[in-house]
Design a protein around this ligand. Structure first.
Ligand code: ASP
Length: 480
């Protein structure tokens, strides 16, 4: 297949992203109701939302029809891409985890990898919240918002905030653990419940090591081939990634309330600074220290995972990004499937460092808005509840804010404060999802290196250059 792009995929995606931001900003600032009016549209929102076109205007101009068509096409491309990624997410986990677990041949190795994975996930999450709390306590973003602005936001977004509060359910630890075991594995697959899917696939993989070898081999070969098929489908979906990223970003930036961003600039900057510290200082440092002399350096790490980071930013969904995260870790970083297929799906489901950091900053910010001083013990409670809340946060857009309700409740911070930060949530969600995915990749690399399950750069190069019949799925993979 001669699909090898001339420009590496991550550059293409980056170009899509930057163009999306530029065009989105231009639309945001230059295109307003009067632009629609000049095209013969009196009620832009009814026209854009497609409600009764005749009632909106007797005679929409060609330009208005064209503008609406472009907008709809844009939405279609973005949604098509996200659907493609979701289409792959469950099968890739099932197939590669069955192959990975069945090739381990060793239960103690599996529990060792599991222990390390969960342990590092929990520690990095607690570190992330602590950084968020530290930054918010030092920068005091709450002092930059006046009481009138606060009350204005509460009046404007109060209803939407109330919906988030109602959607939040306090997680019960027993139920959460019990829920990992699916009543029906096919139902878990159909519903895309990742933890259950991981559990069921692991069980099948382990059971395969316990039956007669000649029978097991047939099944393993089948799933191995299916893994390659799915990786091919990832490549096909990724062909539209640069356009889709453009489409997703244009939509978000065009609809972003820039004036809101202004009054919440200090808060947003604290969140972004915390996330950047995690992504660009803490993770590379931990990686360097824990991967020893054969360590994975800054350049190698970020070159390998940049497509996943960019897609996480564009989609605001760790789950949708999962197939690309797996592809990046396996193909570009050289991590063996037996580790990545286990560590990454669990990470996309429970490891949300960015979300936890954001919840820490948001809690302190809202407390400052309401003149509350949080004691050390209250801040420790936030560390604990935000760690648990981030585990319970699904890897889809906006859920981090719903789980924030539980964090606020745990220390008695007024819930109406959620209305204040709602307007900038999507853009911060994009940033925190990038951090979430980066954290998953970092832990995956650390665990793989401790298990000697990672290729050297030379081995990766040799694999990439291998003739087609040696490894039929290599050609055309994410290269960069
Ligand atoms: N969107 C985030 C993710 O998918 C979760 C959140 O913080 O809302 O990782």
């Amino acid at each position: 297949m001669s699909t090898r792009p001339k420009i590496a995929l991550h550059w293409q995606i980056l170009i899509g992203l930057i163009l999306g931001i530029v065009v989105g900003l231009a639309i945001n600032t230059l295109w307003d109701a009067s632009t629609w009016n000049s095209m013969g549209i009196d009620d832009p929102s009814a026209w854009v939302n497609g409600s009764d076109i005749e009632a909106v205007n007797q005679d929409p101009s060609i330009a208005a029809r064209a503008a609406l068509f472009v907008r709809n096409l844009n939405g279609f491309v973005g949604d098509l891409f996200l659907r493609g990624l979701r289409f792959i997410a469950v099968p890739i986990v099932v197939f590669s985890l069955i192959v990975g677990a069945s090739s381990l041949n060793d239960l103690s190795k599996l529990s060792r990898i599991g222990g390390k994975t969960i342990g590092i996930y929990l520690v990095t999450t607690a570190v992330a919240i602590s950084i968020g709390l530290l930054f918010a306590n030092i920068a005091k973003p709450g002092s930059f918002v006046s009481e009138e602005t606060r009350d204005g936001f509460v009046a404007q977004f109060g209803e939407q905030a109330q919906e988030k509060v109602l959607a939040a359910q306090k997680p019960d630890v027993w139920d959460t653990v019990l829920n990992i075991v699916p009543k029906n594995p096919f139902e878990a697959i159909a519903a895309g419940n990742m933890l259950q899917v991981v559990f069921a696939s692991l069980l099948v993989g382990i059971a395969l090591t316990l039956i007669k070898r000649e029978k097991a081999v047939v099944v393993i070969k089948f799933f191995d081939a299916m893994t390659d098929v799915i990786i091919k489908i990832v490549e096909i979906v990724l062909m539209i990634a640069p356009y889709a990223v453009f489409a997703l970003i244009v939509e978000q930036i065009a609809e972003l309330g820039l004036d809101i961003l202004g009054s919440l600039a200090a808060y947003s900057l604290v969140v972004v600074a915390g996330l950047a510290t995690m992504m660009f200082i803490i993770y590379p440092l931990v990686l360097r220290v824990l991967t020893g002399s054969s360590g994975i350096g800054y350049g190698r790490f970020f070159r390998a995972i940049s497509p996943a980071q960019l897609l996480a930013f564009s989609s605001a969904s760790s789950s949708a990004t999962l197939p690309v995260t797996m592809e990046c870790c396996e193909q570009r970083m050289g991590i063996k499937e037996e580790v990545s297929a286990f560590v990454l799906p669990i990470g996309a489901t429970i490891n949300m460092d960015g979300t936890a950091l954001y919840q820490g900053v948001a809690a302190v910010f809202i407390a400052q808005l309401y003149g509350m001083d949080l004691s050390i013990s209250q801040q420790l409670t936030i560390v604990l509840t935000a760690t648990l809340a981030s585990i319970g946060t699904a890897g889809v857009p906006g859920v981090g804010m719903i789980m924030l309700v539980i964090v606020l409740q745990s220390v008695g911070i007024p819930l109406e404060g959620i209305a204040v930060i709602l307007g900038v949530d999507r853009i911060l969600d994009m940033c925190r999802t990038s951090c979430n995915v980066t954290g998953d990749c970092m832990v995956c690399a650390v665990v793989a290196s401790s298990e000697d399950a990672i290729e050297s750069p030379e081995q990766i190069q040799a694999r990439m250059n291998a003739p087609l019949d040696e490894d039929p799925v290599d050609e055309g993979r994410l290269d960069g």
